[in-house]
Design a protein around this ligand. Structure first.
Ligand SMILES: *Cc1c(COP(=O)(O)O)cnc(C)c1O
Length: 384
């Protein structure tokens, strides 16, 4: 398996074939439903593969000035660029409006402060609304958490501004793989806000719908969205992040050391905190994958003899996971962790100064191209 042409580890490997598998499903959903799909850049912003993604998507959506600029520059040609932020500053709003095809404000204050600037530039304006219900199993990622700041919820206060907006955005799903739960939640939204939708041109239903799962009833979702769109006379947008890139990358590492302390231990040349931070935040285990395969993975398992794979930062709990392996790991072995595209590359950091994984692209023929490497100068330049 150790192929001489493999780049030095650590590196993130994006597999175009896997990426396209997801995107074909996204496009099919759009074709069947009439919805438009915008890549949520906060999940995945590795722009070196945007050319491969463009044919399947209608554009991008963003959470900041930097993201909306990247969306416009690297994905924007003939595509839509949506701007959203929890809060824009007065300093950045003019520049945001030069990139945005639509701008979605998070609150009445933001709407009142900036809507005239948007209208002067003929950028359609939207408002984020919060139905106060959600499908999210993590409180940290729950837009409907108590006292949430994510969007306005009071319909009596939204009605007076309805003629200042052309659409609304609602994002209240997180890796929701149940069509029934999604549909019920949409009904709840319709009960609360439906009367407003007749006066709008578009409704964005956000991301977090795990419709790329093999057993997801895609046709049912498509007809639910189509009916919704026809009932209110609105263009539906979806903002998939994870669904676009699920299982489309892995983090490839090398075992640098092995120890034994009650159980076999291995230390690899990457770090969970620096390179797969979400797993630490959500206390999840990295799936182990074969180097030449994305799907077959060894799931985590804790036995007397299972191996704990550690990262090389000095954080005591820098653990990728614990796995029952057929053979003990040896120094020099390659180890790959799956699902390393979403909320992963966008969060990498220089903790401990650990070498930053390169970005490698595996094309549909299986050929690897090193897209980007990082060096000491990048570490140094990230501080001053
Ligand atoms: C995070 C986010 C998304 C993308 O969510 P996924 O779970 O990655 O699909 C879309 N829209 C908004 C407003 C978001 O905050």
């Amino acid at each position: 398996m150790q192929n001489k042409s493999m780049p030095p580890t650590p590196y993130y490997q994006i597999d175009i074939a896997n990426l396209k598998q997801n995107l074909v499903v996204v496009k099919r959903l759009c074709d069947l439903s009439g919805a438009k799909a915008l890549l949520a850049l906060k999940c995945f912003a590795t722009w070196g593969v945007f050319e491969d993604m463009k044919p399947y998507l209608h554009g991008t959506t963003s959470s900041s000035l930097n993201e909306v600029r990247l969306g416009k520059e690297e994905f924007g040609e003939d595509k839509e660029t949506h701007a959203y932020s929890v809060a824009y500053s007065t300093d950045e709003i003019d520049e945001v409006l030069t990139y945005a095809d639509k701008i979605i404000f998070n609150s009445f204050n933001q709407l009142h402060a900036f809507k005239d600037k948007a209208q002067a530039k003929a950028v359609p304006v939207g408002l984020r609304i919060n139905p106060k219900t959600s499908n999210s199993s993590f409180i940290i990622a729950d837009p409907a958490r108590p006292f949430s700041r994510l969007g306005e919820h009071d319909i009596e206060k939204i009605k007076p501004v309805i003629d200042q907006i052309t659409g609304v955005m609602i994002h209240n799903n997180c890796e929701n793989d149940s069509f029934e739960a999604f549909s019920e939640s949409l009904s709840d939204i319709e009960n609360k806000f439906g009367e407003l939708f007749y006066q709008l041109e578009w409704v964005s239903l956000g991301g977090g719908i795990h419709f790329i799962a093999a057993d997801y009833p895609l046709e049912m979702l498509a007809s639910r969205l189509k009916d919704f769109s026809e009932k209110y006379g609105v263009q539906v947008y979806l903002e998939p992040g994870e669904a676009c890139i699920h299982n489309a990358a892995k983090l490839v590492t090398t075992v640098l050391d092995t120890l034994h302390n009650g159980k076999p231990l291995a230390v690899v040349d990457a770090s969970i905190e620096a390179h797969m931070l979400d797993l630490l935040i959500y206390r999840e285990t990295a799936p182990l994958v074969q180097l030449n395969d994305q799907t077959s993975h060894i799931t985590s398992e804790q036995t007397d003899n299972s191996t704990i794979i550690y990262g090389k930062s000095c954080l005591a709990g820098d653990i990728f996971g614990e796995y029952a392996l057929d053979q003990p790991l040896k120094i020099g072995d390659k180890v790959a962790f799956g699902n390393a595209a979403g909320y992963t590359m966008v969060k990498k950091n220089w903790f401990n100064g650990v070498a930053m994984p390169a970005i490698v692209i595996c094309d549909e023929k299986g050929e690897l191209k090193v897209q980007k490497t990082f060096a000491y100068e990048d570490f140094k330049a990230s501080l001053s």
